[in-house]
Design a protein around this ligand. Sequence first.
Ligand SMILES: Nc1nc2c(ncn2[C@@H]2O[C@H](COP(=O)(O)OP(=O)(O)OP(=O)(O)O)[C@@H](O)[C@H]2O)c(=O)[nH]1
Ligand SMILES: [Mg+2]
Length: 351
Amino acid sequence: MTEQTYSLTELGWGQFYQSQLSPEECSETTPLRVTEVQRNTLDALGEGGAQKVPITGLLAEQGITVGDWLLIDIETCSPLRVLDRKSEIKRRAAGKDYVTQLIAANIDTLFIVSSCNADFNPARLERYLALAHQADVEPVLVLTKQDLCNDPQKYLDDAAREMPGHAVVTLNATSTDAQQHLAQWCGAGQTVALVGSSGVGKSTLAIALTGQDILTQDIREEDAKGKHTTTARSMYQMISGGWLIDTPGMRALRLYDVREGVDMVFDDIIKLASLCKFNDCAHDSEPGCAVQAEIQAGRLDANRLNRWQKLQREDTRNTESTSETRARNKKTNKVYSGGRARAKMKRARMD
Ligand SMILES: Nc1nc2c(ncn2[C@@H]2O[C@H](COP(=O)(O)OP(=O)(O)OP(=O)(O)O)[C@@H](O)[C@H]2O)c(=O)[nH]1
Ligand SMILES: [Mg+2]
């Protein structure tokens, strides 16, 4: 069996990446697209086929994720650098520190997967929408398990009312025609990532879109009921020619530095807020509040206002904490350098 090779264009290469290469790099290096990252190595695809690359030096320092483009020295085959990303999807990592975790890079569309059942939760889905908007990536709400639901239209209506202005698709991920419902985002050169809670059908959808039995490659059986849990983020080619990144289900999506993204999810409220009498209106009980007027008139759900304010507060808290952490580190460095300087002076006096 011959190994499949791809042209760079098929892998999603374009002017954005080409323009980052120096004349020397154009002749002495070759680009690879990262399809999976393990602890010390990564898998990548290039014009020469599939390769395993060690994660050392600059790659380890810079951080690398699925979907990234990296340059390889043609002669030594060693990795040189990661190219600037067209987009990056990241969240605040688990733990107390304000550290980000990269989820995927260089994607065009984010399929935010939920189901036509109790998993459908606007407050959670809005977090993913904010993440996509912040990354300048088109979000699509994909609601699976339509076949197990008596009234899928209710979910379409709820999504349109609670998260206006976003593309929403309901489908049966186990059916082969799932592809047709998502075709417009999956064409050649396009990269899509799947995100959402565990068990909503991301990998099932990935099988429908790629035609590959990916469950047997990267997924372990979790229990006798046949539930599968994805453990790695991996990129696969879709039947339509584009690329699909499957990710493990997320329990909590902690946002980080997504103020503009949050505002884009709630841009209808932002527009109303600009009409309030006071610039610093808290949309609570101030006179001349255009947002409250809309709620009183029954045209805006008060829950949406609460959710917007909650996300704004969370982002402000995280962003402030980040700058506090940075300031603290800076201060600590000063103390260290001060200490080093004092020790140097002491040594000089003793000499
Ligand atoms: N009937 C039906 N079953 C579905 C649908 N989508 C997913 N399932 C089933 O739901 C279960 C979980 O699907 P997975 O694709 O493993 O879910 P996942 O989102 O990848 O889960 P994690 O990898 O844990 O994040 C499987 O048994 C699927 O067959 C659907 O649209 N209809
Ligand atoms: Mg999965």
